[in-house]
Design a protein around this ligand. Sequence first.
Ligand code: DAT
Ligand code: MG
Length: 146
Amino acid sequence: PKKEHTLVLVKPDGFRRGLTGEILRRIESKGYVLKGLKIKQADRALLEEHYAEHRERPFFQGLIEYMSASPLVAIVVEGDRVIEGVRSLMGTTNPTLAAPGTIRGDLGRDWGTGQVENLVHGSDSTTSAIREIALWFPELEYHAED
Ligand code: DAT
Ligand code: MG
């Protein structure tokens, strides 16, 4: 069977707070394998493509501002059921409500800015993972189908 991959982003708030190592530690300690990793200043065009499904949502412009405010870390992670596994490690979207034990629940909170800052992104399906890895890592020889 083909190996499963997912795209993880340590979002600008996570990178700025020095939490990249802690987030990678949790992913690696779970047993997943890093296949690609880079620091990147994402531009609006890349983020609008990445978050295309949310284009009509009221929070879209704020989301693009948040994600482009400073560099982030983009990572390709490999493992059996890694898409679901990383989503489980992340916790639910709102960091105030995310369960303790998860990345968002342990390390995230609301800051009174009105912007949801939740430290980490993980692809939500096989289709999303293939699309997002090709978008963030066009230079990788293999994509999620390999
Ligand atoms: P997730 O990142 O948990 O997959 P999502 O795909 O629904 O969540 O949304 C993408 C990002 O958009 C999310 O990480 C933070 C932001 N967001 C989602 N819902 C929001 C809301 N109701 N208000 C503000 N930002 C929101
Ligand atoms: Mg999502």
